[in-house]
Design a protein around this ligand. Structure first.
Ligand code: P6P
Length: 354
């Protein structure tokens, strides 16, 4: 009689290679309910989008019609890269016939896109920036995709998507895909932050970092100092502070996802402040700041506009922008302290005039 197979005999490497994204979601939820299966399937489709985009990026320099501009300008007023269009289409295609996502809201599309065959059943909305940092593409520097998933509330029969104009605390999942030396997918469904690395030989995202916690403080500050003279005095004062104090180092890639990922693992702060001319800043709330704020809070960090938590901001329109200060608790608070000090001085000056 052959001894019964003992599970501890299992090959650990094999076990690790079986911790795919869809399995991890079900494990996180500790459920096989319909909602859990939906979320697992949603994440699996997003992973497929990531693989398709990573594949095209990895061969971009060898293919016709992949790099460069389309000649169009998007709703943001930005010149559109061919890769922006391709990636936007990928996210739409992977959700066709899915029965999951009825509506997609993208940085690249002025209005939400509806997938009619999904709408009677699919109660989820995908909000996404298909390629974040596309100015990096033609020089082969990292870019990313950012996504958030929300429940569709109400019928949205008029296509106005008013139910999307709610705070980031309505997000049920959020994450990003980082196309770097390796392709990584980082996500949260509100039970911690977890990173998966694409194994090209398997064509699967495999768990590589579980329950990521951002350090309370880190040495990195990530900001485009070329905008120094456009900033409010409080942000200039913060910049002068980190210039003059030991222990700070600047890192800025021009792609939010890469800069965020570095801070998630090493600590520090990323900021894209408003300017005197554009107090609302450059980054978009619903599909850039809010998903990353969801992740950062899940990882024990913070995300604010400088005066308000990002997850509490109520957008007035789909493509609303916000200033962003995001990262380690102590470093975000340091930036906020300069903003609060500036406000206090302004209030004192006003009081003196009365
Ligand atoms: P700037 C890319 O266009 C992006 O939206 C973010 O990925 C990035 O952090 C930021 O804008 C870079 O903007 O003005 O510093 O070039």
């Amino acid at each position: 009689m052959v001894d019964a197979y003992q599970p501890q005999d299992r090959d650990r490497a094999l076990d690790r290679d079986c911790m795919t994204l869809s399995r991890h979601v079900l494990q996180q939820l500790q459920s096989f309910s319909a909602d859990a299966q939906d979320l697992s399937a949603l994440m699996n489709r997003i992973a497929l989008a990531g693989k398709l985009i990573a594949r095209r990026l990895s061969r971009a320099g060898l293919m016709e019609g992949v790099l460069g501009f389309t000649g169009d300008v998007n709703v943001q007023g930005e010149s559109v890269k061919k890769m922006d269009v391709y990636a936007n289409e990928v996210f739409i295609s992977v959700f066709q016939q899915s029965g999951l996502v009825c509506r997609l809201a993208s940085e690249e599309m002025e209005q939400p896109y509806y997938i009619p065959e999904n709408c009677p059943i699919g109660r989820y909305t995908l909000l996404y920036d298909p390629i974040d940092g596309s100015s990096n593409i033609d020089t082969n520097i990292n870019v990313g995709s950012i996504f958030a998933i929300r429940q569709q509330e109400g019928t949205d029969v008029d296509g106005s998507a008013q139910d999307l104009l709610q705070s980031g605390r309505k997000q049920i999942a959020a994450g990003y895909i980082l196309y770097g030396p390796s392709t990584m997918l980082v996500y949260s469904i509100g039970r911690g932050v977890h990173a998966f690395t694409l194994d090209p030989s398997l064509g699967e995202f495999i768990l590589s970092n579980e329950n990521i916690q951002v350090p309370e403080h880190g040495p990195i500050y990530s900001v485009n100092e070329g905008n120094f003279w456009q900033w409010d005095e409080s942000i200039r004062d913060y910049t002068r502070y980190v210039h003059r104090h030991e222990g700070y180092t600047a890192r800025y890639s021009g792609a939010l996802v890469g800069d965020f990922h570095r801070i998630l693992f090493q600590g520090g702060v990323f900021l894209y402040p408003g300017t005197v001319k554009k107090p609302e800043g450059k980054l978009r709330l619903l599909y850039e700041s809010a998903p990353l704020a969801f992740l950062m809070e899940q990882a024990g960090g913070r995300a604010s506009t400088g005066t308000q938590d990002i997850l509490d901001v109520l957008p007035e329109k789909l493509h609303a922008r916000t200033p962003l200060v995001i990262g380690s608790k102590e470093d975000v608070s340091l930036v906020e302290s300069f903003i609060h000090e500036q406000k206090r001085e302004e209030e004192d000056k006003l009081a003196m005039k009365r």
